[in-house]
Design a protein around this ligand. Sequence first.
Ligand SMILES: [Ca+2]
Ligand SMILES: [Ca+2]
Ligand SMILES: [Ca+2]
Ligand SMILES: [Ca+2]
Length: 360
Amino acid sequence: MQPPTFRSKAFQVPFALWIPLPVRLSTVDFLDLDLDLLELGGQVSWAEPLDLSKVQDYVVYLGNSIDRSQLGVAQNSQLDIRAETPTGRFESLLVYTRSSLAEQSSPSSLIFQDNEVLLNISFYDLDLDEGDLGGLANWSGTSEELVLEYAVYLAEICEGQERNDTSDTSDVATWENSTSPDFCNLRYIDTVNASEPRVQIPAETPKMNSTHLAVFARSALVEQRTPSALLFFDASASVTQLSFADLDLDVGQLGGSITWQAADTAAAPRVLSYDVYLAPDTAATQRSRMGSQPVGQEALVVEPETDLFEFSYIVVFTRSALTEQTTPVGLHVSDTQATVENVSFIDLDLDFTDAWGNLD
Ligand SMILES: [Ca+2]
Ligand SMILES: [Ca+2]
Ligand SMILES: [Ca+2]
Ligand SMILES: [Ca+2]
């Protein structure tokens, strides 16, 4: 007897073959360990009849009231369903005992549960540079019964995602094209145990073209093909309107007040403090610390006679709970007042000289 395929019409057997066997199986058990929707995988098991004398083997199908599709034949009381087996339009697992003459006429059956893991992911970016990511990603909706671990990636939606299936109308294509997008250019972040559904993404992780965090659940059998995903927010927050008037009249020395305005981006609430440095350029890979201020104090006093050394920029970095920015806002220091124009300049800034005593 040829097993029907998925595309078969209602399964029909010549009447003469329906010879009932005296044995009927008890409970059929199955735990779906393929964690994608519309896909099954795992072990079907059943209790064998006490009298095995007439039993040759067991035939397992996916089925519904009018149709069925053979999954396999088992010699004992279990059958492994390979991962990624499409559920198709079926809702039950059917197990028939088979003698040397024929299959049982009515099977033992189980309405299976198609398990799917769909996570609710969140990520709070605390790397305040645009294009850098860093911070905690975590998720809920976990099932420790089904999931052993999670693999976490950065990903982007594949080009030409809007594929319609007019060219391929087979059943299989219909099942495989779920509404969730496919992801491309996956970049591995980490794998974590199911009991710890979170990942610390290190600061300075380049965003590149990634738009999503993708989390694949892994069961004892197989990893999901369709991940849960989050369209993440790349936080960025830099100070604005950085300014400084040098009131120290000596060449090569600074004195005065550096002022700036708080970041004006959506991520501004993630800024906790500001770090101020002197640097030779705006990249500020080399720098000399001047001081730090908490948010709310957008100014730093530079005491007179502060040496400029070889530096020519004041740079201000924002700092989050995770890290300091990589790319600061910079201001070229104009140290030109310290020439003959300085007399009139002093007259304009009596408050400053009061505050710091007499200038030399
Ligand atoms: Ca799968
Ligand atoms: Ca499933
Ligand atoms: Ca960022
Ligand atoms: Ca950074």
